[in-house]
Design a protein around this ligand. Structure first.
Ligand SMILES: *Cc1c(COP(=O)(O)O)cnc(C)c1O
Length: 390
């Protein structure tokens, strides 16, 4: 396929990346400034302040942006906080949990896995059964994008609090859109990716690091093997304003605008918006035979709606036809390929407009008259319900 620069109206309904927020899009074209410019340091401080609010850190908690995607956020945690021979307990009930386990192992950890059947959340009792004084870190993915499952981080955090282990949480599909309370829960290291719940361009990993994690870092017997994201190097630039590496200033501009927009909208309003859109989509598609893939309602991740496809549904053919009409939808991964769709409800995709486009095209492609009318009726009903509650 040739690259064509004609995608102005493209609708991204994938579980990341998400459509870029208009304010972030505009900030991207600001003229370049140097990474040591006082104005950039002022912008960075605002980003750090806003990230403290988004993550719910301790009042002076350390936050920063890493120049890379969410996976760099994941890797930096293991690189800085794990040494060869450390015992690390990884909760892995999907592909991102398994990515964590692989990274921990590459930094020399002895990995203990806690798993759950596909489409189910990790059970805190299973974590408790594997947790002992030898464990130096527990790592868990909050929202498992590969299956649409929400893991019970507050309950797991409570177990870890009494144990002396650090707690690392992948907040890629949750922070900025779902409740996240780093200090209150007792999380030591959290990260996300700019292109997920915040609808900023990809290429930045916002992280938050607790004082406890910094103490563990300071007590390392060996230097961290990953120079680029060394916690001390991060502190040099983000706190002491000395050169470490050239940060992607234009991405900082866009990220700042997207995060500001999120906080101005309000984190609770965003949570309500995701839930409302999830209900509307599920109710609209249910009569066609779509159903929730994740059985238990409390295990469902609101930002990635995993729907089981109707019997005999042409998954690949439909997604290809939608792509020709400038709509991107994501199917399952591995064992769920051909079985589910994973509809993204992070950031700017959790709005009536993008899904209006999906329903319009699906009505036509599936020969399902009335689908769009049902979408509009259910949306109006849910919006009225929300107003009545307010
Ligand atoms: C997308 C994602 C990542 C990886 O982020 P990249 O930006 O693709 O590197 C990690 N964890 C979860 C839960 C994700 O959804």
């Amino acid at each position: 396929m040739m690259f064509e620069d004609t995608h102005d109206e493209h609708v991204l309904l994938t579980p990341g990346p998400t459509p870029i927020h208009p304010r972030a899009q505009k900030a991207l074209i600001r003229s370049m400034l140097g990474h040591m410019d006082p104005e950039v340091f002022a912008l960075n401080s605002e980003i750090q302040r806003d990230l403290r609010e988004m993550y719910g850190t301790e009042p002076e908690g350390f936050t920063a942006l890493l120049a890379g995607t969410g996976s760099l956020g994941m890797e930096a945690g293991f690189a800085n906080l794990v040494e060869a021979g450390d015992e690390v307990l990884v909760c892995a009930n999907g592909s991102f949990g398994r990515r964590m386990a692989e990274m921990a192992a590459r930094y020399g950890a002895k990995v203990r896995l806690v798993t759950a059947p596909l489409g189910e959340a990790i059970k805190p009792a299973d974590v408790a059964a594997h947790l002992d004084d030898d464990i130096s870190m527990v790592a868990v993915v909050h929202g498992e994008t590969s299956t649409g499952v929400l893991n019970p981080v507050p309950e797991i955090a409570e177990l870890v609090r009494g144990s002396g282990a650090l707690l690392t949480v992948d907040a890629v599909t949750t922070a900025g859109m779902e409740p996240f309370h780093m200090q209150q829960w007792g999380v030591d290291y959290a990260y996300t990716g700019a292109q997920k719940c915040l609808s900023a361009p990809p290429g930045l990993a916002p992280v938050a690091i607790s004082e406890r994690a910094f103490s563990r870092f300071a007590a390392r017997r060996t230097q961290t093997p990953l120079w680029y994201c060394d916690f001390e190097g991060l502190r040099d630039y983000w706190v002491n304003h000395t050169y470490h590496h050239t940060v992607p200033v234009n991405l900082h501009f866009a990220f700042h605008a997207a995060l500001r927009a999120a906080l101005e909208e309000g984190l609770e309003a965003r949570q309500a918006r995701v839930r409302l859109m999830g209900r509307v989509i599920e109710r609209t598609l249910a009569p066609l035979g779509f159903s929730h893939y994740v059985r238990r309602p409390e295990d469902r991740l609101p930002t990635v709606l995993a729907l089981r496809l109707p019997e005999g549904f042409d998954d690949a053919g439909l997604r290809q036809a939608l792509r020709q009409r400038e709509i991107s939808v994501t199917g399952g991964l591995g064992p769920t390929a051909g079985v589910i769709w994973r509809l993204g409800l992070m950031g700017e995709s959790a709005r009536p407009g993008p899904y209006h486009r999906l329903m319009t095209e699906l009505e036509d492609l599936l020969g399902a008259p009335g689908l769009l009318d049902r979408y509009e009726a259910v949306l109006a009903e849910e919006q009225r319900g929300e107003l009545a509650l307010a």
